[in-house]
Design a protein around this ligand. Structure first.
Ligand code: SF4
Ligand code: SF4
Length: 295
């Protein structure tokens, strides 16, 4: 069996203070962080102990996880396992990248977000170039506020062309955007419009709950991050019995990490093996290298 897991433990803290984020500058006590670390260890041990299955894993923390050594070391460890196809994480890329040398570059991937009011452009680009040179697959995103247009232009100009820069459409603000704003975002991110919809999902077939699940620090399984009903527990020896086809029970789905699994959208054809780290097939390394060598 191949199972995709979106893991979100009890981390709810961040070193950045983005005003659009509920976790901005939130801190956790040493005791709270210890619980998160132990939960993560338990999860990684469980993956090691299930060599009969293959896994793709995306860490979607509420806050910044990569500033903690235990996330870095867990990514290294998971990336080296023969039963892990992909291990990816959402990050603000503020951490040092020293640990990355120990990871398997064919398995590790990053979903990096540039936050213009907190990230230093030079430092961010240094890290992007470093990742690019090491052959780590990653995407870069920015929240789609018109006030970030200048920063987005500078980022696009200096980011290697092979790197996909996506714009996270702020759904609540879409009615306030001008045609120029939308055209600008679309010129940066060819898939921007795709991210501007609330996709009808009620009763629709979705991989979430069957071959894709969300798991928290206690092992509680949910079909996705957007439907809170538990469907089982990963640490239950019979966890597999919970993995069945389940039509969606929400009216709509509007977040990339959800709707990419809606069958009728066929977004696996757009993202292929880069679906977790949000890298479209057109940007994936081999194809890009082939395309540039032919031009
Ligand atoms: S970097 Fe991410 S988690 Fe941290 S405050 Fe900004 S949006 Fe929130
Ligand atoms: S469509 Fe979205 S909300 Fe519905 S099950 Fe799939 S991921 Fe979850």
């Amino acid at each position: 069996m191949h199972l995709t897991i979106l893991y979100r433990g009890s981390l709810v803290s961040c070193n950045y203070g983005c005003e659009y984020c509920p976790f901005a500058k939130r801190q956790q006590s040493a005791a709270e962080l210890t619980i998160d670390r132990q939960s993560l260890e338990r999860f990684a041990n469980w993956i090691v102990d299930h060599p009969q299955h293959e896994f793709s894993i995306l860490f979607t923390p509420w806050g910044e996880a990569l500033i903690h050594s235990w996330y870095q070391q867990t990514l290294v460890r998971l990336s080296q396992l023969p039963n892990v196809r992909k291990v990816a994480i959402q990050t603000n890329l503020s951490c040092s990248l020293d640990w990355i040398d120990q990871a398997n570059p064919d398995c590790l991937a990053l979903w990096a977000t540039f936050h213009p009011e907190w990230s230093n452009l030079d430092r961010f680009l240094e890290r992007c170039n470093d990742l690019h040179q090491r052959g780590i697959r990653f995407s870069v995103g920015v929240v789609g506020f018109p006030r970030f247009k200048e920063a987005i232009t500078a980022l696009r100009q200096r980011l290697p062309q092979a790197i996909y820069l996506w714009i996270n459409a702020v759904k609540a603000e879409l009615p306030q955007l001008t045609d120029d704003d939308r055209a600008f975002f679309q010129s940066i991110d060819p898939l921007y419009e795709l991210n501007t919809h609330h996709y009808p999902s009620l009763g629709k077939s979705c991989k979430a709950g069957e071959s894709v699940i969300s798991v928290d620090g206690e092992g509680t399984m949910r079909r996705c991050h957007f439907i809170k009903t538990a469907i089982g527990n990963l640490y239950d020896p019979a966890f597999e019995t919970a993995l069945v086809e389940r039509p969606c029970t929400n009216e709509t789905c509007h977040c990339h990490i959800g709707y990419v699994h809606l069958d009728y959208l066929e977004l696996d054809k757009v993202f292929g093996a880069g679906i977790l780290e949000r890298v479209p097939i057109a940007y994936q390394r081999d194809e890009f290298v082939r395309a540039s060598s032919q031009s």
